[in-house]
Design a protein around this ligand. Structure first.
Ligand code: IPD
Ligand code: CA
Ligand code: CA
Length: 281
């Protein structure tokens, strides 16, 4: 029996079910509340989706554990980055909640499966385009069943980049505003979609040449970072170290723009050292 394939099939199933449920909710039915500040919102669909995904997985694998945006960790340890659960499902029940709440169709459900500390597979589902991105470590990344690869465009002037901002962007954490302005002064074409998981999936399939962001959480990147790698791209922290989903900064590229982006970020004196889950790297 190929157990990882079973996990992947289940990840696809739960991502599709949750995404389709959310897509069929009327905007007028949404109950919106705030989290860390007025901009950081959540709907009843986010929590419902995460609970439903957990319940579905538990009905098949009662010993699996979970880490998700709305329900947190199902493990006893507070330090979710360093406990040793065997199979952990890392869930963003809606990535792009602000878009979702405003009726903008750019959001997705992201599910990654980590086995003994290694991300093995995952799925990102964007219901409004009926696009399911899937990945399995060592077996490639796929969009609706077709193998995908990163773009081969090396010329920055012919490239499209994407970034995102943390909900406390107004406090300018890690000089994120100066950093973004430096990218603008380069004259690069940059988008801000509002869904980090889709940003990564879109790098993986070649729609974007690169993505970077500070302040992300494991559920934002668990599946997408593996997709970029399996599609032939490169994923690191701002300081160039290997990417770890439990740390906060990410540069994900087709491999051809990585140094340029890292140099621009470093040029803004962004702090890049440290090893804890709170560190910038
Ligand atoms: C957010 C989105 C957004 C990113 C934020 C994330 P959420 O996730 O991925 O693109 O810029 O940093 O928190 O709150 O919609 O799940
Ligand atoms: Ca998210
Ligand atoms: Ca979310």
């Amino acid at each position: 029996m190929d157990i990882i394939q079973d996990y992947l099939s289940l990840a696809i199933q739960v991502a599709r079910e949750a995404g389709d449920y959310a897509r069929n909710i009327q905007r007028s039915e949404l109950k919106i509340s705030t989290k860390t500040n007025e901009m950081d919102i959540v709907t009843q669909v986010d929590s419902r989706n995460e609970q439903t995904i957990r319940d579905t997985v538990l009905s098949k694998y009662p010993d699996h554990v979970f880490l998700g945006e709305e329900l947190g960790s199902s493990e006893s340890s507070d330090d979710f980055g360093f406990s040793h659960a065997r199979v952990r499902w890392i869930i963003d029940p809606i990535d792009g909640t602000v878009n979702f709440a405003h009726g903008l169709p750019i959001w997705c459900v992201s599910v990654g499966v980590e086995v003994n500390g290694t991300m093995e597979c995952g799925a990102i589902y964007q219901p409004n385009l009926n696009e399911i991105f899937t990945v399995r470590r060592g077996h490639g990344a796929f969009l609706n069943g077709e193998r995908i690869s990163v773009s081969r465009v090396a010329d920055a002037s012919k490239s499209l980049f994407v970034t995102g901002f943390p909900y406390n962007v107004h406090q300018n954490p890690e000089s994120v505003i100066e950093q973004f302005s430096s990218f603008l002064y380069k004259g690069l074409l940059i988008r801000r979609l509002g869904s980090a998981a889709l940003d990564l999936a879109y790098v993986a399939c070649g729609r974007f040449e690169a993505f970077w962001e500070i302040g992300l959480s494991p559920w934002d990147t668990s599946a997408g970072q593996l997709m970029v790698r399996e599609a032939g791209g490169r994923v690191t922290h701002y300081d160039g170290t290997d990417y770890n989903i439990y740390k906060r900064s990410i540069i994900a590229t087709n491999g051809l723009h990585h140094e340029m982006i890292s140099d621009i970020i470093e040029g803004n004196n962004i702090k890049t050292s440290g090893t804890s889950s709170e560190s910038v790297s």
